[in-house]
Design a protein around this ligand. Structure first.
Ligand SMILES: [Zn+2]
Length: 463
């Protein structure tokens, strides 16, 4: 928090230097010789047979379960209680003998998931807001973190995006102070070759300046949240701005068909997507035939049928021995046909569709749209669930289900974080509820909006 306050007071040139310095630190941490070795191993398996990669996956599961049972208090106790010998878990099929783990269980007891083998070891701190808005903090093994980047770069390279390609980044980090009212609404990360756009300043009034900055930066690659990229795409069409974009990759949210159409119309390329999350329990990457292949060598992905005919994504993060998550329920649902095939030759099973994580916008009293507000809940480990409800522009209700340890301090932080993102153009109440109801398909909608302008594609020109 203090670091952020100091950052906000720096002149823009020093903010750019701070962003680049952080980029340089991350580059050294993530993209060293070990990363390129792991990437080469991953690429060797690109056209391996399904038996080969699933064999590797099963060996990693067996080793990982034994490690978790031997070095973490949670699993040590859990295996004893279940009366299961960890040695009996030899692959994906055997995992079904173990219980499914919810995020709430991990949040309530996260210290007991830490592997004793990593106590005192250098790790990478990871935090997640997740699709339900509840936060989780945990350590990632340094090698595991590099492996996570390697699986992503294997996918980028399938499409011709090599390491080092300059990128226009549509992420959720607040790189520009919210009260800033004039351009530049972006910062430069020189170390990683990124133009970082602020997700919190794009509106009718500022769109032309964003597009001019993108044109000047002249990178061939756009990467980021679909709701944000699609918003910029709408403005590019409206203002007739053309850019030389060769690749658009989307992440972190489910992609709506209207968003794909809008992005293709504006930037001339069909966007690519992968599915993944900070916990690293499941990952799938789109191949050149536009099928989503599970990265079997990175994590153990299971489809678990729920009583109400939905299929939950459940995964095991065997690349991160520092914080083992076995059969962790991601909170997203998917459509899966085990018989589906792809003629690209890649070995991973194919996911038909990810049904979770669709997002709407909150609309300010001036008509600007703000997406991806689940970032407000990043690190808020005492919030169990959150939902934003909007029935009129410039007003919303923040529904909160309190988790263990929630205090007045959490509410103060929540209000400050929310205020930092929505500014003075949206007023809000905080309402505490016992539970947040699900949709008919078992999903928790993060934003519930009755405003037509809160939904992408409605009133947005497609050509
Ligand atoms: Zn394929």
């Amino acid at each position: 928090m203090l670091r952020e306050r100091i950052y906000e007071r720096l002149p823009v040139a020093l903010q750019n230097a701070a962003v680049s310095f952080e980029g340089w630190r991350l580059k050294r941490l993530r993209f060293n010789a070990e990363f390129f070795r792991i990437l080469a191993e991953y690429e060797k398996r690109m056209f391996a047979s399904r038996d080969e990669v699933c064999g590797l996956r099963d060996r990693r599961i067996a080793e990982f379960v034994a490690h978790a049972a031997a070095t973490t208090p949670y699993y040590r106790q859990s295996f004893a209680r279940l009366g299961i010998d960890p040695q009996e878990i030899r692959g994906l099929a055997d995992l079904a003998r173990l219980p499914v783990l919810t995020k709430a269980e991990v949040q309530a007891d996260s210290a007991r998931f830490l592997s004793e083998a990593y106590l005192g070891a250098a790790t990478v701190p990871v935090h997640t807001s997740g699709s339900t808005g509840a936060g989780l903090r945990f350590p990632a093994a340094i090698r595991g973190n590099r492996e996570h980047w390697a699986v992503w770069y294997r996918y980028y390279r399938w499409h011709g995006i090599d390491y080092g390609t300059p990128c226009i980044h549509f992420g959720g980090r607040s790189v520009v102070p919210i009260e800033q009212s004039r351009p530049p609404f972006w910062r430069y990360n020189r170390a990683l070759g990124q133009l970082l756009l602020s997700a919190y300043h794009l509106s009718d009034a500022t769109a032309a300046s964003y597009l001019a900055a993108m044109r000047e930066f002249d990178a061939p690659w756009i990467h980021g949240y679909p709701s944000f990229v699609a918003l910029a795409a709408g403005y590019a069409l409206e203002l007739g701005v053309r850019l030389n974009i060769r690749y658009v990759t989307l992440c972190a949210e489910n992609v709506l068909p209207q968003q794909e159409d809008l992005i293709e119309a504006a930037f001339g390329v069909r966007p690519l997507q992968h599915y993944g999350m900070a916990e690293g329990v499941a990952n799938a990457s789109m191949c050149p035939q536009r099928k989503l292949h599970i990265d079997e060598d990175f994590a153990a992905w299971e489809f678990v049928e729920e009583p109400d005919a939905v299929t939950s994504i459940v995964g095991t993060n065997f690349a991160n021995p520092a914080f083992p998550l076995i059969r962790y329920k991601v909170g997203d649902t998917a459509t899966f046909d085990p018989a589906a095939t792809c003629d690209c030759g890649r070995p991973g099973r194919i996911v038909d569709a990810i049904d979770g994580r669709q997002e709407d916008y909150i609309v300010t009293d001036k008509g600007a749209r703000i997406g991806r507000l689940d970032h407000v809940f990043k690190d808020m480990v005492h919030v169990r669930e959150a939902q934003l409800v909007q029935d009129e522009p410039g007003r919303m209700t923040v529904r909160i289900v309190k988790g263990p340890g929630y205090t007045d301090d959490d509410e103060r932080r929540l209000r400050a974080e929310m205020r930092a993102r929505v500014g003075e153009d949206v007023s809000f109440d905080v309402a505490y509820v016992d539970a947040i109801s699900r949709t008919s398909r078992g999903k928790l909608r993060f934003v519930v909006s009755s405003l037509a302008s809160g939904k992408i594609g409605v009133g947005t020109p497609l050509s």
